[in-house]
Design a protein around this ligand. Structure first.
Ligand code: HEM
Length: 159
């Protein structure tokens, strides 16, 4: 693990991200723009799943929002990985970084379970009718998890 982390830091991209004056801040700005779209789009859908804006069909909102979520997540993950290469060893031994990765994993599992489970039956509660309790719980949990990911990301600068 240690050897792999050192190899990542010594790689061309690792050195470039560390030594260039502008690379890290530019990639971090891309990371922030992407994560705003990831978390913003997810929270908009979660608020609908919590029962707000009931005139908008859940299926229409989900099909509009989720491709943006997935595309932005790819950008966030790629830019995050690029920053990771600059100080791989430090991040891997940083509890806040590991917590952030765990929270992203938990949020992904929560979303995956929601989509393969309850969302498949969304036609029954697409517009105006009551949303199943388990869907509301997953939507609330999703908001808490993603806001915690943002908090951990911000905290990384101070740990
Ligand atoms: C979409 C999910 C993600 C969210 C919401 C997120 C959130 C954040 C936030 C808020 C920051 C701080 C930006 C700032 O204030 O300057 C940050 C920085 C960072 N993120 Fe992410 N991130 C995500 C995904 C990832 C992934 C997948 C990785 C790595 C594989 C990653 C690695 C990093 C690194 C290395 C930093 C720089 C920390 C530093 O200042 O040293 N992020 N992230």
């Amino acid at each position: 693990m240690t050897t792999a982390a050192h190899a990542v830091e010594a790689s061309g991209i690792g050195r470039y991200m560390r030594e260039s004056l502008w690379a890290f801040p530019i990639v971090e700005a891309v990371h922030i723009a992407a994560l705003a779209l990831v978390v913003g789009s997810i929270v908009v859908l979660d608020l609908r799943l919590l029962g707000l804006s009931r005139r908008i069909p859940v299926s229409s909102l989900a099909s509009h929002v989720l491709p943006w979520t997935l595309g932005a997540f790819l950008v966030a993950a790629t830019s995050g990985l690029a920053m990771f290469t600059a100080h791989a060893m430090d991040y891997l031994t940083n509890g806040v970084f590991m917590l952030k990765m765990g929270l992203i994993l938990a949020a992904g599992v929560n979303a995956g379970l929601l989509h393969v489970g309850a969302m498949r039956a969304a036609a029954a509660w697409d517009v105006a009718s009551g949303i199943p309790g388990r869907v509301r719980v997953a939507a609330g949990l999703s908001i808490v998890l993603w806001l915690s990911v943002i908090a951990c990301g911000r905290l990384l600068a101070y740990t």
